[in-house]
Design a protein around this ligand. Structure first.
Ligand code: 2RA
Length: 352
């Protein structure tokens, strides 16, 4: 029998993409249940061509479920993933609640698929979207050259902050559209946009905001620390030096990352291109002379990490600089979760 799947948070920004993915990927699931908070009960969602009623999140919704995916805020996952496990499910969690737990593997199927079986708590974690945007490109280069240090800057889209983030940017763009005086004097974009900034600390329209997440020690943001800690865990490099600066930009979907990677040996650019051409989940688009480089407007709605602008550092023959773009709602969230869940489904089906 094919395993039963529950998608918790099915009506959110990531959950919506998850329902699309479940309808388009190879069907490995038996029954699928779509689960959300009480306010979504009464709605229906289309999955695999069938209209499914949204079920309220409650313990008995997990009865008979083999795999439960969670696309919900940290505090909801922290409470409900263990409940799903108590009811016999394996939880695949897309929140930050369990990622750094020693007893919870942090899995990227192109890099460390074997880790899915190493789950003493019955929970498997999915990485943050910014980590996922770059990690499938960095891992094969690490395996070839031995990574020593990463310095990255992210250019993160507003859908990383969910539907509220998308609504905030689209509303702001409407407010500034057509006003040709904006941006020439300090403060006038703020005035046009007003006080309602949605989930962001500053206007996003006609602006970039060097902030994502919440304030942590010594001025770092939670997002910057997530990138550092998760990259170390996924690559199995607990002492890797990483500095990240996370920035929000006025893009609806698609996180971009500028990467400076220092390796243990000298690198050759053509050789590195060849490594990336063969890397699973990576597409190289690197013809700057014809305007071909990775950008969110092209990466949105696609599965791979798009890599370009690959250069060897002028001052350090052991370092590469490149730009990578991924759809934060697909590989950055729903797709990686679906891939992990499919590994578990294959394991359960073989065992049955
Ligand atoms: C963001 N990384 O883009 C977060 C979402 N997980 O805000």
């Amino acid at each position: 029998d094919q395993p039963t799947l529950a998608v918790v948070g099915a009506t959110g920004a990531v959950g919506t993409v998850m329902c699309e993915l479940l309808s388009s990927r190879r069907n490995v699931w038996g029954e699928i249940r779509v689960v959300a908070s009480k306010r979504s009960v009464g709605r229906t969602l289309f999955v695999r061509g069938a209209e499914l009623p949204v079920l309220e999140l409650a313990p008995d919704v997990f009865d008979g479920v083999d795999v439960a995916m969670f696309d919900v805020p940290d505090e909801v996952s922290a409470e409900w993933a263990p409940i799903a496990v108590q009811h016999g499910a394996i939880a695949v969690d897309n929140s930050g609640a369990f990622r750094m737990d020693r007893d919870v593997p942090l899995v990227v199927p192109e890099i460390n698929p074997e880790q899915v079986r190493n789950r003493p708590r019955g929970i498997i974690a999915n990485a943050n979207c910014t980590t996922l945007a770059m990690i499938v490109a960095i891992a094969p280069l690490h395996h070839e050259y031995g990574l020593k240090e990463l310095v990255i800057a992210s250019y993160q889209s507003v859908s990383g902050a969910g539907k509220a983030g998308v609504d905030a940017l689209l509303d702001q763009l409407q407010r500034v559209a057509g006003d040709r005086t904006l941006g020439s004097r300090s403060g006038n974009v703020r005035q046009a946009i007003g006080d309602d900034l949605g989930p962001f600390p500053a206007p996003l329209a006609l602006n970039v905001v060097p902030w994502a997440g919440s304030l942590r020690d010594a001025g770092w943001s939670s997002e910057e620390l997530k990138v550092r800690n998760e990259t170390r865990k996924i690559l199995g490099l607990p002492d890797l030096k990483i500095s990240a600066t996370c920035v929000r930009v006025p893009v609806v979907t698609g996180h971009s990352v500028a990467v400076h990677a220092v390796f243990g040996t000298e690198v050759d650019c053509e050789d590195a291109r060849e490594v990336l051409r063969h890397a699973p989940g990576v597409i190289l688009v690197d013809e700057p002379q014809s305007g071909e480089f990775p950008m969110p407007i092209d990466a949105v709605g696609t599965d791979p990490a798009w890599v370009g602008r690959l250069r060897r550092s002028i001052d350090d023959p052991r370092a590469l600089d490149f730009f990578v773009v991924g759809d934060n709602l697909r590989k950055g969230s729903a797709l990686n979760t679906a891939q992990i869940a499919e590994l578990v489904a294959a394991e359960l089906t073989t065992r049955a």
